[in-house]
Design a protein around this ligand. Structure first.
Ligand SMILES: C[S@@+](CC[C@H](N)C(=O)[O-])C[C@H]1O[C@@H](n2cnc3c(N)ncnc32)[C@H](O)[C@@H]1O
Length: 292
């Protein structure tokens, strides 16, 4: 079966989105960066409504025109402050890098980094990635897709807001070229298990590290044994209670026999998010899949 394409008559936002509107007001240097740098580095996305993260149906990005050349494309979803993407782009000038992010101050900061490093191979777009995948990003146009540390949405009633679920994976399959690589990382075991489950269930992807790091070598086994996730934000989590209500948080579920975890992706610089997780003693789960 071919991955789904969004059609113009399909309603947008029929599903809960993976983000909340955070302060989108820009101040100081970020305001100036937006005004000065958007023309060069921010894709002008036509919208369907007032929502500044939407994509007008029928809009397809001309990737070569956006970058002024034709080169393999890496897309990062939820690029935050742009630490990972600008670092990678600096050391990989032969590929083009597209940052998809909804958070305006993060995009302004990313553009500042692009400009400070004099990068010519990075562009940004303020867009809900799930919508961008459905049509804006051309089919089979992406060599690598990255989703690092997406918001964990801990509470069970919020799990539906998680970005990485079956429909996201299906849309990712549409934009990745055959043989393209999908890399993911999270510092929460419950989300790591969800990512592994939805990707393993997809006919479009194969795990590059299938069967690796099982048993005692699995970060999942280590989380269960250490109970490290039983403390969130400094407060102990009462078992079965929000904010972390996963079946495998703070509970020793035994041994992870399945594994499939990738080694830490060496192309990812240590962002403040990952650093916070490590400082708190949490494990980082990496996954890498190939588009069939
Ligand atoms: C926890 S932060 C991680 C940022 C970055 N990847 C890092 O490791 O530092 C998750 C980011 O994803 C962004 N985000 C959430 N849902 C998104 C969506 N549907 N499309 C684009 N960005 C999204 C948020 O605004 C936020 O900046």
């Amino acid at each position: 079966m071919e991955p789904q394409e969004q059609t113009p008559d399909q309603p947008y936002r029929t599903q809960p989105v993976s983000f909340v509107r955070r302060g989108s007001r820009l101040q100081g240097r970020r305001r100036e960066a937006w005004d000065e740098l958007a023309e060069a580095f921010l894709i002008d996305v036509p919208r369907i409504e007032t929502a500044d993260t939407s994509v007008a149906p029928g809009f397809v990005l001309d990737v070569d025109a956006a970058f002024g050349r034709s080169a393999p494309l890496v897309v990062e979803v939820g690029s935050g402050l742009g630490e990972a993407i600008t670092h990678a782009a600096e050391f990989d000038p032969d590929r083009d890098y597209l940052a998809l992010e909804v958070y305006r101050p993060g995009l302004a900061q990313t553009m500042l980094r692009i400009s400070q490093k004099d990068l010519t191979n990075v562009r940004t777009a303020q867009v809900n990635a799930a919508e961008a995948f459905a049509g804006m990003i051309p089919a089979s146009s992406v060599a690598e897709l990255w989703t690092f540390f997406p918001d964990p949405w801990h509470k069970v009633r919020h799990h539906k807001r998680r970005l990485v679920k079956a429909d996201y994976v299906e849309r990712a399959a549409r934009i990745l070229e055959p043989g393209g690589i999908f890399r993911l990382a999270t510092d929460w075991s419950s989300y790591a298990v969800q990512m592994r489950a939805v990707l393993d269930a997809s006919e479009h992807f194969e795990n590059l590290h299938d069967g690796e790091r099982t048993g005692a070598a699995s970060p999942l086994t280590q989380v269960w044994e250490s109970r490290v996730e039983s403390v969130v934000g400094g407060a102990p989590v009462r078992e079965g209670k929000d904010p972390v209500s996963t079946g495998n948080t703070g509970v020793n579920e035994g041994i992870d026999e399945r594994g499939g975890w990738a080694p830490r992706f060496e192309g990812r610089t240590l962002t403040s998010f990952e650093n916070k997780a490590i400082t708190a003693g949490r494990m980082v789960f990496d996954l890498a899949y190939r588009r069939r």
